[in-house]
Design a protein around this ligand. Sequence first.
Ligand SMILES: [Zn+2]
Length: 325
Amino acid sequence: MFDLTHAIYNDAEKARGHLEGIHWPNGPICPHCGNIDPARITKLEGKSTRPGVYKCNECRAPFSVTVRTVFERSKIGLHKWVLASHLMAASKKGMSAHQLHRMLGVTYKTAWFMAHRIREAMKEDIVETGGPLGGEGKTIEADETYWGRREDGYVSPQRKGQPYLKRKKPMKNAIVGLVERGGRTRTVHVKHATRDAVREILVTTADRNSTLYTDESNIYPITGKEFAAHGTVKHSAKEYARREGGVVVHSNTIDSVFSVFKRGMVGVYQHCGEAHLHRYLTEFDFRYNRRTALKISDAERAEDLLRMARDKRLTCRRIGEAKNA
Ligand SMILES: [Zn+2]
């Protein structure tokens, strides 16, 4: 379990050692040319050198374990990055920048940047890392949900004074979610959850030999035909699960994926602009796909995250641009 007094959360050099152990289990690797020959890599030591710097004798470039990771060129102590990563990997509903700011002793702004960089590390191409969701004999549930503030309907001048019809526009941001029962999930922010947009996500993320379960929405029947089988649940008739030839037709799994996300967003994150929604979805997917029920411990999840910090390109400038977008 978590022991916040552990040296890797309190000492930058211990944290570096931890990171080196994860990224270089067999010794340093030059990130510039891929050299792994220990005889051709020199550890630079001396008063004028920063700690943890190596020199590659092949390409002559210096490097450290943070080169090409989301921690690169950061002035924040590496132990704070390791602690923030562990906290975000372990907290089921996420951890706000306010709480990180208090726990790490950094400014709120710094905590906010750190959290977004860590979310960048959480990003993975789910098909590339574990193959498409589902497969023969497996079940995929798909559904869409909405997130964001509701906008009150516009009342035209002609309507003024007449009985007010309380009509609300749909919530701003559509989220399409897929989950393999007993397996992984992928949630995607889309502008509009149209039949084409949803089909694109389904066929690129899921194996079409799977059985697909959805609600009765008219988004799914045509795409559903491309799958091995397509079952629907009538949410409108309060039918949330039914037995059909020995199998239970329901979409409870995707409902619970959405519900963890929404509870986290309401309780922890509160403010989230459309530009950042996909980052939060990535964060919740990361944890769901490494959840305790899959026998993955907090420590293993955190290690995965530190390993995934490599080869992600997100600069402060890019986050800043997204913020202003
Ligand atoms: Zn090199």
